[in-house]
Structures are given as C-alpha cells and as structure tokens.
Design a protein around this ligand. Structure first.
Ligand code: SF4
Length: 379
C-alpha cells in the first residue's frame, strides 16, 4: 500500500540499523531498569529485542551507569543509545564504552569546548547524536519569547542545539520534538520537517498508561507518518517497555509501513456471534506474538463479514453456531468445534510462517535476522 510519500531525509547509521533515507521506519524503546544493574538491563534489552525492538536507549545518570555501558553494549543484541543530560563527561564515558548513539541536547551541556569534545569523540567512533527537544523542559527564555510552549519555540530550540553541532562540522544527527499534547507535537514536527533534512525521531512523550498512551501515540505518530514525516519512532507508555514495541509495530503496520509479524483482524462481535470469540481472538494474538514473518490472521464471528475477511487473510476463521470454518489462503480447509479453534489456528499459522520463512518472505528485525532472534534468546 503505497499511499505514503516519505519525506526525503538523509540517512544515518545507529549501529547496524539505518535511520532515514529509504530505511524502514524503525522501532525504538527505552529500558526502565537501573542502568547500573547490568543483568537486569540486559535482560530487558533481550526481551525488547524478542518483541522486535530495533534500537534501545538507556538512561545514563552517573558515572557508574556510564561504566556499566561497556558490559551492556558488549552483550546487547540491539544498538544502544546513551541518554545523557547536562554532564559532558558522561557522554565521553559512554562513547568510550562503545555506545552506538547519544541522545543529548548540546545547549544544555555547558561550554562550547565541551560540546566540541563530545563531537570529536562521536566523529571518531562514527556515532550519531539525537537532539531531543521536549516541550516540558523548554528554555524559559524561549517560552517567554513565544508567549508559551509553542511549535515555533520547540523548533527554535532544536535549531539552537543544531547550530552548536553544525558549528563543529557534525551532521550525524537526528531530531525529536516531543510533547505530551498531540496537536503541539504534530505542528512542531511539521514545521521542522520542511526546514531540515535530518532524520526525525517521532514520539508523544509522557503519553500515559498503556491504553491511553497507545491511542495518543497512534494519533500523533500516525498522522505524521501518514504525511511522510518520521524515520524512527518510540511509543512512550507508563508500563512495561515491551508493550511500547508492540504498539509501535501496530502503528506502522496500520499504515502499511512495516509488515513484521502477525496482523490480527478480528470483529468486535455482535448479537449474531454464536461462538465465544473474544477469548479466542485474545489467545490467538498472544500465542502468535513470537512470529516475525508477515501474516494476516482473521478471527471473525459469523457468516456476514466472516467468510470475506477470513478468505482475504492468509488464515482465518468464520464462526457458526458453536463451530468455525477454517480458511487457509482463501480456501476452507476444516470445520472446527469451538474447543479446537485456538489450537488449530495457531498450528496452521506457525506452519504457514515456517513455509514463508523458507520461501524467504520475511520482514525481520533490522538489528539481527529473525533466526538469531528465535535461536539466541528463546528462553
Ligand atoms: Fe457481528 Fe458477524 Fe460482524 Fe462479527 S462478523 S461483528 S459477529 S456481523
């Protein structure tokens, strides 16, 4: 579905993940463990990786956290970005520890020579820096100048940070302009997108708990992506970061920008439904979460829209009275009793995914191929 005309951005490299240019829009998340606790942080990174995350960011609060990065980076299946505020020494330590990118706002670092030091270390290791403007921490002078937190104030903030990096002849940059208010972040990104060709990292910050945060993120990130704006995304949820990755892919799949994993089509049920469909849909979704091959699976309640959707998907069921018809690539292949539906659908989906993988139909994780994902961290 090619209805999106993506903005032409320059491409940068975060470890083995390309961001910008013609690279697929990548999915990021951030750990919420204490970065000084290496085993817990690595454990979460591996879970994020299994969920399809492609770039991970970790908070670097102090020197001990920066020191831990060496062990984290060495064992991480994902490129690691160090999130730094204020202290340039933490940036230098993180670069020395081998991180694949930094998130820091050069205007908050202090002196120009300190920014220069960071940039020269980043250049040496060829790692990019994200300027991450956040509406909640805008410079007071800018807020005053614009009479509030406005899209223009956010964009000017980005340009102030950007100039500091450009003065050091540095261009391995991406930019984010996050806000918790969706209209504000949309306008800010739109404004900036027309003025620079750096790749843009999209996000609605402090979006909220899982359900509300997912909706806000889908609206904010989704509108921009549909306009062709955005090269990498992070969904911020007050919850398990693993959920962020799933929501991120759902946004991208909804727009036809990524196809990784199972796209579930399930009906809302109504008075015509004569099987217990909701637990079936929930269970099937859970049991197929490990599949990385693109697959459309329809779980439909009755004979009105059911057969059409089930036929159009790779696999599907259309419910009858206490039973369901199983469709595989448009053909009815079985009549299932209620208690057998979940298992049959899961078995068929796994078999079809295997066949597709063998045929080379994949949309893996940009960081490492899906085989490694399955084999290395299966436990
Ligand atoms: Fe109702 Fe059937 Fe539509 Fe499901 S598919 S919402 S059961 S009419």
């Amino acid at each position: 579905m090619e209805f999106i005309n993506r903005r032409k951005s320059r491409q940068i490299q975060v470890g083995r993940v390309a961001v910008g240019g013609d690279a697929p829009v990548s999915v990021q998340s951030m750990t919420n463990t204490d970065t000084r606790d290496v085993p817990s942080t690595l454990n979460q990174i591996k879970q994020l990786y299994m969920a399809g995350c492609e770039i991970v960011r970790v908070a670097v609060m102090d020197s001990e956290a920066a020191t831990s990065l060496a062990a984290i980076v060495a064992q991480s299946p994902l490129p690691v970005i160090a999130d730094i505020h204020f202290d340039y020494r933490l940036a230098l330590q993180s670069i020395a520890a081998g991180v694949h990118g930094l998130r820091l706002n050069p205007g908050n670092i202090g002196q120009k020579n300190q920014v220069r030091e960071i940039v020269s270390a980043a250049k040496e290791k060829s790692i990019p820096i994200r300027i991450g403007v956040n509406a909640g921490s805008l410079d007071k002078a800018l807020v005053q100048k614009y009479g509030g937190i406005t899209p223009q104030a956010m964009v000017e903030s980005a340009f102030r940070h950007l100039r500091l990096l450009e003065e050091c002849e540095y261009d391995q940059i991406k930019i984010s302009l996050k806000a918790s208010e969706v209209p504000l972040m949309i306008q800010a990104y739109r404004l900036l997108a027309g003025q620079v060709d750096y790749p843009l990292h999209l996000g609605v910050t402090e979006a909220g708990t899982v359900m509300r945060g997912a909706v806000k993120s889908a609206v904010g990130i989704g509108i921009l992506l549909a306009e062709g704006i955005g090269d990498t995304i992070r969904v911020s949820l007050t919850g398990d970061p693993i959920m962020e990755v799933g929501v991120g892919y759902d946004i991208l799949r909804s727009l036809g920008l990524r196809t990784r994993g199972v796209e579930m089509i399930s009906c809302p049920t109504c008075g015509r439904c004569q099987i217990d469909l909701i637990p079936i849909a929930e269970e099937v979704e859970k049991k197929l979460a490990h599949i990385t091959t693109p697959l459309r699976v329809a779980v439909m309640g009755c004979a009105v829209n059911g057969p059409g959707e089930a036929k159009g998907a790779d696999l599907g069921i259309a419910g009858g009275k206490g039973f369901a018809l199983l469709f595989r690539q448009g053909q009815v292949v079985a009549r299932l009793e209620q208690q057998d539906i979940i298992q049959a659908l899961v078995t068929e989906a796994e078999a079809l995914a295997r066949e597709r993988e063998e045929a080379g139909i994949l949309e893996g994780n940009q960081s490492i191929g899906p085989d490694i994902a399955r084999n290395s961290f299966g436990g």
